[in-house]
Design a binder for this molecule. Structure first.
Ligand code: SAH
Ligand code: SF4
Length: 393
């Protein structure tokens, strides 16, 4: 546990409106420093950690292994906060989406995707995204801010609350995996993502192992190595095109970090092996990137990288300028990649009836006429131009 050099550099988070400080999201060292600075014994930190992250307690009165005066003092000074749930939606396929609101009024979504004997939580790392990938609805959001570590972590804790998975179960969890594939580019908010994930991985708390956490990036090359070295979580890379000309248009960060550089960073991503492959995500856009020639080129590009390919049928949203590839095109594409030795499962859209599928977060569900759709597309194109002019990549 904590070392003083850490604690002396630590500035406690600003208190809430009621004057109390939220303990969720502090590292072990920060928690210890805060308790000691408030006259509590150092060893209390470990006890409180256990209650917050293993037992899921939100009320100090329930922390019965702590002496009563310590509990009372903590209740006066601190809280164990949860975000406000603005909407809680459940799909016919069991997928669940929570719209969460922070005190400043900003909203993000977290999505739980249950499977037979496990389940994945899709976590957001930013409100909106500074990038403008052309097929992604999050990219059309103007307002962007990084989520705090506490806000990222809170998504996991809230899902645990709703799934009734406190204390941390060892086996049979329905929240067994975490994917950083919600709103935002996690490597543009690396410090907060890393802090939150270290708490999620801590064996005396939520205890989800790094092997069950996957971070998806659009290709922030300079941050990839650090992510691999420090967090060593699984990596997913949003490739989506096999030549720079097309990728420049679809995934504009490619103009800064082109395909060759991205693939080099993948080749040297720490911890990669045949048992632990990098996932390449490839959104299937009709007549844009889904030809057999592109499938062959994809297999060629990936040569030498322990990789699997995840084909994602495009999920439409209002104003989106693309269509989903046909089932046949997806099948043919997948067969070619497969035959070259790369597993290429198709990601079945989950929760699309509640707009929880990839790239649909924060969409609305109205049906539109052709004229309305055209107007929406024009508005989206205008928005991209403005957004990119305001914050060049
Ligand atoms: N910013 C990160 C993680 C969030 S997006 C990234 O880009 O990797 C998670 C995945 O969903 C990415 O592969 C993204 O390209 C994909 N995606 C975005 N919009 C989509 C859409 N409309 N249909 C299908 N997949 C989409
Ligand atoms: Fe941002 Fe990822 Fe969407 Fe691109 S795909 S706009 S990086 S969230």
């Amino acid at each position: 546990m904590g070392v003083l050099s850490h604690s002396s550099a630590f500035a406690p988070p600003p208190p809430r409106a009621d004057g109390r400080t939220n303990l969720v999201g502090l590292s072990r060292e920060e928690l210890e420093a805060l308790l000691v600075a408030n006259g509590l014994e150092r060893f209390r930190a470990r006890q409180v950690w256990h209650w917050i992250y293993h037992r899921g307690a939100t009320d100090f009165a329930a922390m019965t292994t702590l002496a009563k005066p310590a509990r009372e003092r903590m209740a006066a000074l601190f809280v164990v906060d949860r975000p406000t749930v603005v909407r809680d939606m459940k799909s016919v396929d069991g997928t669940r989406k929570w719209l969460l609101r922070s005190p400043d009024g900003q909203e993000v979504e977290a999505v739980h995707i249950p499977e037979e004997d496990r389940g994945t939580l899709c976590v957001s790392s930013q409100v909106g995204c500074t990038l403008t990938c052309r097929f992604c609805h999050t990219g059309t959001q103007r307002l962007v801010r990084n989520l705090e570590a506490a806000e990222i972590l809170a998504q996991v804790m809230l899902a645990r609350d709703h799934l009734g998975e406190w204390p941390s179960p060892k086996d049979g969890r329905m929240l067994s995996n975490v994917v950083l594939m919600g709103m935002g580019e996690p490597l543009y908010n690396y410090d907060n993502v890393a802090k939150a994930m270290k708490i999620v991985m801590d064996g005396e708390g939520i205890a989800i192992s790094k092997r069950k956490i996957t971070l998806s990036t659009s290709g922030v090359v300079p941050m990839m190595r650090r992510c691999g070295e420090e967090l060593n979580v699984n990596l997913a890379v949003s490739l989506h095109a096999v030549n720079d000309e097309l990728r420049d248009r679809l995934v504009p960060i490619n103009r800064k970090y082109p395909i060759a550089e991205l693939l080099d960073a993948c080749r040297t991503y720490p911890g990669t092996s045949n048992a632990r492959r990098i996932t390449f995500e490839y959104v299937m856009l009709k007549d844009v990137n889904d030809s057999p020639a592109e499938a062959r080129e994809l297999a060629r590009l990936l040569r030498g990288i322990p990789a699997k390919v995840n084909l994602i049928p495009f999920n439409p949203w209002p104003g989106s300028p693309f269509e989903r590839s046909t089932d046949r095109a997806i099948q043919t594409f997948g067969d070619i990649v497969n035959a070259a030795g790369y597993a290429s499962p198709v990601r079945t859209p989950r929760g699309d009836d509640i707009l929880a599928a990839c790239g649909q977060l924060r969409s609305d569900s109205q049906r539109k006429s052709a004229a309305e759709r055209f107007a929406e597309q024009q508005a989206v194109l205008k928005l991209y131009a403005e957004k990119e002019a305001a914050q060049p990549i």
